[in-house]
Design a protein around this ligand. Structure first.
Ligand code: TPP
Length: 733
C-alpha cells in the first residue's frame, strides 16, 4: 500500500466572523460612516432603478441593492491613494470610494456637502449617459471611473478589470507607497481565466492587490453550485498561495475587520489577499424586478436575505448603543432620497405624465469619435531624424542589437520604463536577443512573466493608466494576442475613448512576425490587420534598424498604446544606425519613399519592403516603393501615399501574411475612397493564402508571400496597365 500524506495549502484560509462584542466595541465613528455610506448608496441605486423603470437608463442597470455592506465595509478606512476597480455591478464600490474621497468620515446626521451632491449628480449623469458624467456619458453604468478619487474604472467584461487592478498594485509596490488596489468581482468571475491568471501573477510578484469576491450566489441565473465544484470560492486564493478570508458580506463590520487583516498583509509587502464576501442582490441581474420574478430563486430566499439587511443591522446597533436615534435613521433615509431626487431633477424633466432627459444634458454628437487617441503633443519638440538626411556618422548594426540598444538607452534615461514578457530576462535577451543586457543592467525593471499573456498584458494596461510607470510588453509571437484579446482590445485599445477621452494608456507592445520559421498555424500571424481594427492602437512596423530606433523612441514617448511589429527575417540583417545617438524619433504618420518610380506604387511595410525592392530590381521596373512604417488609421501618411498614386495611377499593396487577417483590405478601401479617380486599375494586392501558414516546409512557403509572389503581383499590375512582362502571368487577379 502506498503511503498518503495529507498536504495543506501554504497560505492561511480562514472565515472571519464578527461577534456581538465586536459590534459593541466598534468605533461609533466607523459604524456611522458605514451607515451613512450605505444609506446614500441605497438611495442612489433606488433612484437608478426608478429611472430604469421609466426607460431613462439606456442599457443595463446592474443594481447593487443588498450588496452595500461589502463595498462600504471594505472601502471605509482606505487611504485616498488606495485604488479600487470593479465589474458591471460596480456602482456601490465606485460610490463608496468616491464618497470616502469627497466626504471622509461621512456623518449620517449632517447635511451633505456640495462635493457630495456633485458626486451624486455626476455619477447619476454618467449612468444615464449624459454630458456631466465622469466620462461625459460614454462609459455609463459599467464604466465608472474617477481616477482622482482612486476609483479606476468599472468594467463590462466579467473579470476584465482584475488584471488592470494588478497594474495599479504593481505601481504602488514599485513606488513604495504602501498603497493597495482592490478589485471587486462576482462569483461568476471567479471561474474566468483573467482572475485566476492574475491571482497567480499577483502572488508571484507579491503585489498589494485584494481580490474581493462578492459572492451573491448567482451569475445572472446560474448558481455557484452549477458553475463550480469547489463552492467555497475563497479557496481559489489558497491554490496560489494567497492568504484568503471568507466573511459574511451582509455584516459590514465583519467585512471591515477582514479587510483590515488583508490590508496588514498587503501594506507589509507580503503580497495579495483574497476576501470572499457572501452578499445578495435583492433584484434581478439588472432592472427593477426581483430575481424571483424570473423563476431561478424563490421569494422566501429573497425574504431571508432581506431580513439580514446590512443597513438595518448597522442602524439598529447604533440605536441600541445610543449613538443614533430612530429619528436620526429616518432623517438619514429622507436626506439621502432628497439628495437623489435633487440629482435626478438636474438631469431629467417631466413631459406630460412621463419624464425625459433634459435635452441639454446629452453629450454633443460631434464628440462621438473624439479622443480615440491622444493628440501627440507629447512628441512635439522631439528631434526627428531620417537615415537619408542624417548629418552625423553612421555605422552598421544588426537589427536585433539596435532593438536592445534603444531599449537600454531609454531605460537609462527614464526610470519609469519597465519591460515584461516570457523569458525576456533570460536566454541572452529573450528568444531572439532583443532584450539582451537589460536584465543585467535593470534587474527590477526587466521582468520575466509567467505564461499569462492575458494577465501581464492587462497588468501592463493598468500600469499605463496609472501613469507612474511606462510598460513595454513582449508577446513572443503575435498569435498570442488572441489569448490576451480582452486586455489588448477591450481594455487597452478602448480605455481612453470609453472613459471619456482623457485616460491616456502609454504602453508599448513588441512582437515579431515569424512566418517561415516552421512554427505553424498558431505562430505565423502578421498582427497589423487585426490591430488596425482597434482604433485606439497605433501601429508601427519598421524595416531598418535606423527606423526602428526612431519609431521605438516615438512609441515610448507616446501617450497611446503602440504596437511595434518586428520580424524574424530582419533580426539578423544589418543597417546603418547613428554613432552614439539613440535619442531621435521618427514621428508617426511619416511613410518613406524607399525607391522612387513612376510606373506603379508599391505600398508595403516591415520585411516586405526588402522583398519588394528585390522583386522590382530583378524585373528592372520603374516602381515607387513606399515603406508605410505607421500603419494604423491615424498613422497613414496620405500626403506621401497620395502624391505617389496621383503620379503612378497604379497601386500594389504588398504584405506577407494570410489574406484572411490581412492589413491590405483596410488600406485598399481607404485608397479607393480617396483616390478612385486617380486609379487606372483596381488596387492590386500581394498576400499569403487564405489560411495561416502550416508547418510542412513546402506548405508553409506556399502560404505566405515572398519575393516570388511580389514578382507575380507586379506582373499582374503591369499587365493590367497594358505593359505585360514577358514570360510572366498577365491575367488580372
Ligand atoms: C466575459 C464575459 N462573459 C459574459 C458576460 C455577460 N455577463 C455579464 S454579467 C454576467 C454574470 C456575472 O456574474 P458574477 O460574476 O457572479 O457577477 P454578478 O452579476 O453576480 O454581480 C454575465 C454572464 C460578460 N459581460 N463578460
Amino acid at each position: 500500500m502506498p503511503e498518503t500524506i495529507a498536504l495543506h495549502p501554504a497560505a492561511p484560509w480562514v472565515e472571519l466572523k464578527s461577534t456581538e462584542a465586536d459590534w459593541a466595541a466598534a468605533d461609533p465613528a466607523l459604524l456611522k460612516e458605514l451607515l451613512a455610506q450605505m444609506a446614500l448608496i441605497r438611495a442612489f441605486e433606488e433612484k437608478v432603478l426608478e429611472l430604469a423603470g421609466e426607460g431613462l437608463v439606456h442599457g443595463p442597470a446592474h443594481s447593487s441593492i443588498g450588496q452595500e455592506g461589502g463595498a462600504a465595509g471594505s472601502i471605509v478606512g482606505l487611504r485616498p491613494t488606495d485604488q479600487v476597480n470593479g465589474s458591471h455591478r460596480g456602482h456601490h464600490q465606485f460610490l463608496a470610494k468616491a464618497l470616502a474621497y469627497v466626504a471622509p468620515g461621512l456623518d449620517p446626521t449632517a447635511p451633505l456637502s456640495d462635493d457630495t451632491h456633485a458626486l451624486l449628480h455626476r455619477s447619476l449623469a454618467e449612468i444615464l449617459g449624459l454630458e456631466p458624467g465622469f466620462g461625459h456619458g460614454r462609459g455609463g453604468s459599467m464604466h465608472l471611473r474617477w481616477g482622482e478619487a482612486g476609483a479606476i474604472g468599472t468594467n463590462a467584461i466579467v473579470g476584465g478589470g482584475v488584471p488592470l487592478a494588478a497594474g495599479a498594485a504593481f505601481a504602488h509596490k514599485r513606488a513604495g507607497t504602501g498603497d493597495v488596489a482592490i478589485s471587486y468581482f462576482g462569483d461568476g468571475a471567479v471561474n474566468i481565466g483573467a482572475v485566476l491568471e492574475t491571482m497567480n501573477l499577483a502572488a508571484a510578484w507579491d503585489l498589494p492587490l485584494l481580490f474581493f469576491i462578492e459572492n451573491n450566489g448567482y451569475a445572472v441565473a446560474t448558481t455557484v453550485e452549477e458553475a463550480t465544484r469547489e463552492t467555497r470560492l475563497s479557496g481559489r486564493g489558497t491554490g496560489f498561495g494567497i492568504p484568503s478570508f471568507k466573511v459574511d458580506g451582509m455584516d459590514p463590520l465583519a467585512v471591515h475587520l477582514a479587510t483590515q487583516e488583508a490590508l496588514k498583509i498587503m501594506r507589509a509587502g507580503k503580497g495579495p489577499a483574497v476576501i470572499e464576501a457572501d452578499v445578495y442582490r435583492y433584484f434581478h441581474q439588472n432592472g427593477p424586478l426581483p430575481g424571483s420574478a424570473f423563476g431561478y430563486r424563490t421569494k422566501e430566499e429573497e425574504a431571508q436575505w432581506r431580513a439580514r439587511d446590512p443597513i438595518k443591522r448597522t442602524g439598529a446597533v447604533l440605536v441600541a448603543r445610543g449613538v443614533l436615534t430612530q429619528d436620526d435613521l429616518d432623517a438619514l433615509t429622507e436626506r439621502a432620497q432628497a439628495a437623489m431626487a435633487d440629482a435626478a431633477a438636474r438631469l431629467v424633466e417631466p413631459v406630460g405624465n412621463k419624464r425625459r432627459v433634459k435635452p441639454d444634458m446629452w453629450p454633443d454628437v460631434s464628440f462621438v469619435d473624439e479622443g480615440i487617441r491622444g493628440d501627440l503633443s507629447e512628441l512635439s519638440g522631439k528631434r526627428a531624424e531620417e537615415e537619408a538626411t542624417y548629418r552625423g556618422g553612421l555605422s552598421e548594426r544588426k537589427f536585433v542589437d539596435a532593438i536592445a540598444d534603444v531599449l537600454h538607452r531609454r531605460f537609462e534615461t527614464d526610470e519609469r520604463f519597465v519591460i515584461m514578457g516570457e523569458d525576456i530576462h533570460k536566454l541572452k535577451g529573450g528568444t531572439n536577443g532583443a532584450t539582451r543586457g537589460l536584465a543585467a543592467a535593470f534587474p527590477d525593471r526587466c521582468l520575466g512573466t509567467p505564461i499569462s499573456e492575458g494577465a501581464f498584458a492587462g497588468l501592463a494596461g493598468g500600469i499605463a493608466m496609472d501613469r507612474r510607470y511606462r510598460p513595454i510588453i513582449e508577446f513572443m509571437y503575435p498569435d498570442f494576442m488572441w489569448v490576451a484579446a480582452d486586455p489588448v482590445f477591450n481594455q487597452i485599445g478602448k480605455a481612453r475613448h470609453m472613459f471619456g477621452a482623457d485616460v491616456p494608456v502609454p504602453l508599448v507592445l513588441r512582437t515579431k512576425i515569424a512566418m517561415g520559421t516552421g512554427y505553424g498555424s498558431q505562430h505565423s500571424l502578421d498582427p497589423a490587420g487585426v490591430f488596425a481594427t482597434s482604433p485606439g492602437w497605433r501601429i508601427v512596423a519598421p524595416s531598418t534598424p535606423f527606423d526602428y530606433i526612431g519609431l521605438m523612441n516615438a512609441a515610448l514617448a507616446c501617450e497611446d498604446p503602440v504596437l511595434v511589429i518586428e520580424h524574424v527575417d530582419l533580426y539578423q540583417t544589418s543597417g546603418a544606425i547613428p554613432d552614439g545617438d539613440l535619442d531621435y524619433i521618427i514621428p508617426f504618420g511619416k511613410a518613406k519613399v524607399v525607391r522612387p518610380g513612376g510606373e506603379l506604387t508599391i505600398l508595403t511595410y516591415s520585411a516586405m519592403v526588402h522583398r519588394s525592392r528585390e522583386a522590382v530590381e530583378e524585373l528592372g521596373l520603374d516602381a515607387e516603393i513606399i515603406d508605410l512604417r505607421s500603419l494604423d488609421r491615424a498613422g497613414l501618411d496620405w500626403d506621401t501615399i497620395g502624391e505617389s498614386i496621383m503620379k503612378t495611377n497604379n497601386v500594389l499593396i504588398v504584405e506577407q501574411g494570410s489574406l484572411s487577417t490581412s492589413y491590405g483590405g483596410f488600406l485598399a478601401d481607404e485608397i479607393q475612397r480617396r483616390y478612385l479617380d486617380w486609379l487606372d486599375q483596381p488596387i492590386q494586392r500581394v498576400t499569403g493564402k487564405i489560411a495561416s501558414p502550416t508547418i510542412s516546409k513546402v506548405l508553409e512557403r506556399a502560404a505566405f508571400a515572398g519575393k516570388e509572389e511580389v514578382i507575380a503581383g507586379l506582373a499582374v499590375t503591369m499587365a493590367a496597365k497594358g505593359m505585360p512582362l514577358p514570360g510572366l502571368p498577365g491575367a488580372a487577379r
